[in-house]
Ligand binder design. Structure first.
Ligand code: PEP
Ligand code: MG
Length: 329
């Protein structure tokens, strides 16, 4: 099977009836791996900027961050690179920042933390912008957004950073320093009901299905005692993903999925059926997802989705998907 999958690696990810899906890469520490060079991808859908922060014993300086981000942007010069601002807290501790909380997943994480420390946010965004001088592939993504005001505040800081950098570096605004597109992660359920309010403030959305599942089901994604309850195939999760796709379509805003579900071949099929046209995943899933998409028709996907949305239990959906996979080979 591996060989069959790799025979398709250079081909576009599209269904048999020509529905094209773009496949993006989630990037963390594996930046320097040689296998990335040969991967047929449409861009970086999620660069988890917190990972290099977690590997150090103090905050990287602005210059160090410029170096880190330059390395990523220059490796994919003609493809969009979505850099997420620092997403620490919850399950991602920083060794040099004390976070003692009773409910860390409901606490000080992601954008909440960085807006309380605008100096950290500003330095990071300045570094991203400096790294983007002379390029046009930087996109900025905000994690753990709950409210419109957070996006307004973050946008204000990004603008400030943009004009500071432009002036300091003597950049021609809009020419060798372009304003990066801004995106918001849909991972706190409250955001589903604020998409119209956010649409005019952002360029794209990206669904973090890992956290969305955790928060919709009120199940800690890392707690083994409740691991059996954490399930992205839960009917409520699928219904909300379907709803998000519809709402974004109505609003005319691009939306991708960058949680684990996008890299799960069965999950990818359901997401494409819902209307998602951008999926971002770990490197080892790219060619598997491409292959499975190249072996289905949209009409089949619609039948699968209709069944999945009617199912009462995740097991029914899994069974249906595994039957489908078997029939494909
Ligand atoms: C997610 O929550 O789905 C996501 C992509 O972000 P992370 O797993 O880094 O929280
Ligand atoms: Mg998340």
């Amino acid at each position: 099977l591996k060989q069959v999958v790799s025979q398709h690696a250079h081909l576009p990810a599209e269904t048999q009836d020509g529905q094209r899906v773009s496949l993006h890469l989630n990037l963390g520490l594996d930046l320097k791996q040689s296998y990335l060079q040969g991967l047929n991808i449409d861009g970086i859908g999620l660069y988890r900027s917190e990972i290099p922060f977690m590997m150090r014993d103090q905050l990287p300086t602005e210059d160090e961050q410029v170096e880190m981000y330059t390395e990523v942007l220059e490796q994919f010069p003609d493809k969009p690179v979505v850099m997420r601002t620092l997403d620490v807290g919850g399950d991602k501790p920083l060794p040099y920042l004390s976070l003692q909380e009773d409910n860390p997943f409901l606490g000080w994480r992601g954008i909440r933390l960085t807006l309380d420390h605008p100096e950290i946010f500003l330095v990071q965004v300045r570094a991203m912008l400096r790294a983007s001088i002379g390029r046009s592939n930087l996109r900025i993504l905000l994690p753990m957004v709950t409210s419109v005001s957070e996006v307004e505040e973050a946008s204000r800081l990004i603008k400030q950073a943009y004009f500071e950098v432009a002036e300091e570096q003597g950049c021609a605004v809009g020419i060798n320093l372009v304003q990066p597109q801004l995106g918001v992660m849909i991972e706190v359920p409250a955001i589903i009901y604020q998409l119209p309010a956010l649409a005019s403030k952002v360029d794209f959305f990206s669904v973090g299905s890992n956290d969305l599942t955790q928060y919709l089901l009120a199940v800690d994604r890392n707690n083994r005692r409740v691991a059996n309850l954490y399930d992205a195939y839960h009917p409520a999760v699928l219904a909300s993903l379907d709803e998000i796709a519809r709402r974004c379509e109505e609003l005319g805003k691009p939306v991708s999925v960058c949680g684990e579900l996008a890299g799960d071949p069965g999950g990818a099929l359901l997401l494409v059926a819902m209307g998602y046209r951008q999926l971002s995943m770990n490197s080892y899933n790219i060619d598997r997802v491409r292959w499975i998409l190249r072996n289905v028709r949209s009409s089949t996907l619609q039948v699968m989705l209709a069944k999945a949305l009617q199912a009462r239990h995740p097991e029914q959906i899994r069974k249906m998907i595994s039957n489908k996979m078997e029939s494909i080979g």
